[in-house]
Design a protein around this ligand. Structure first.
Ligand SMILES: [Zn+2]
Length: 338
């Protein structure tokens, strides 16, 4: 099939168009959440632009609200310059904070091993250092967008014509973590040491509305044991757009699961103050009867509800990829509209 064949593009655009039912209530999920809870809510925090000051304020709020979430770290400083700044566990005050958060019940997770591209030896060293610091291998991981050892990243997130189209948009395939024999390959390390890796994000706060299969295995991406998806709130602007009292009400009514992907370092805490809308929304969420556990705890529970580990079918893969492309298109349109 031609990479730019009209039919599949038409499918994507159809999914992107707002339908009258897109904000309609879905039927409540049949999941019986632990401890009689009505829904699940957690956050996977990308470590970019974290500081001791902003993390102390944000995680203090979450802790006081009874929430335990997942925070990624870079265990080692790289020998080169950072593409995007952020602290590493080689900074003692930051490491002390991470260890304190872990003791308090937050999950520490990995965002590749440092802030720039790492070859296999550096990745190996970063995994070993993570284990030394936190006492176990990371249960969860998300690729850092600019690191070329990204595993199934860039166009390799997609399949078939979608991959070809994305390859043109991204001007080729730069990411090599899954390519055996490449100096950046670390797929076998991921397979051996990481349980869950993040791929797609969507704007719907109820992550299960787009990916009811999660966690799932994709036979086309065998170095990852299980994939998970997330709801997009990449920075404070997106958080305010997608995590509102209205979407929280809908999430609770659906008995759903919000697994939010964000960067708490991106403007949630400015000039020594937490964003008041963020605080208000989190307090609103906490008033409800939610299950507020870290990402790997939540994914372990979802996996336990499956009769067998879920293997993604070709049709399911196509649906996830189409929806993701549609959401990306919606982001672009939103930015143009802004
Ligand atoms: Zn990142």
């Amino acid at each position: 099939m031609n990479a730019f064949s009209v039919a599949p593009l038409g499918n994507v655009l159809n999914e992107a168009l707002p339908s009258p039912s897109s904000m309609a209530q879905r039927a409540p999920s049949s999941i019986q959440w632990p401890d009689g809870k009505d829904f699940a809510f957690t956050v996977f925090d990308d470590t970019e632009r974290a500081t001791v000051e902003n993390n102390r304020a944000i995680y203090g709020l979450l802790r006081d609200l009874g929430m335990r979430t997942t925070k990624t770290v870079w265990p080692i400083a790289g020998p080169g310059e950072a593409d995007i700044p952020g602290p590493t566990c080689e900074e003692q005050d930051y490491l002390d904070l991470c260890l304190q958060l872990q003791r308090e019940g937050f999950e520490m997770s990995l965002h590749n091993v440092t802030y720039h591209t790492s070859d296999r030896a550096l990745t190996q060293r970063g995994f070993d250092r993570f284990k030394e610091l936190f006492g176990h291998d990371p249960h969860t991981l998300a690729n850092h967008s600019t690191n070329r050892e990204g595993l199934y990243w860039g166009p390799a997130r997609l399949s078939g014509w979608r991959r070809q189209m994305y390859k043109v948009l991204q001007r080729g395939e730069r990411f090599k973590g899954h390519v055996e024999g490449d100096p950046l390959f670390w797929g076998d390390i991921c397979k051996e040491r990481v349980r869950y890796v993040r791929n797609f994000t969507y704007t719907d706060l109820n992550t299960l509305n787009n990916v009811p299969q999660m966690p799932y295995h994709d036979t086309q991406r065998p170095w990852v044991n299980q994939w998970f998806a997330a709801s997009d709130a990449a920075e404070i602007g997106a958080f305010k757009r997608y995590v509102t009292r209205q979407t929280v009400d809908k999430l609770v009514a659906e008995r759903g699961c919000a697994l939010i992907y964000t960067h708490f370092g991106k403007y949630f805490h400015v000039d020594g103050k937490l964003d008041p809308t963020f605080v208000d929304t989190m307090e609103y969420v906490a008033k409800h009867n939610g299950w507020f556990v870290p990402v790997s705890t939540l994914l372990d529970f979802l996996a336990s509800q499956q009769p067998a580990p879920h293997i993604l079918t070709d049709a399911e893969r196509a649906t996830l990829e189409n929806r993701w492309l549609a959401d990306q298109l919606a982001h672009v349109l939103h930015r143009l509209h802004d």
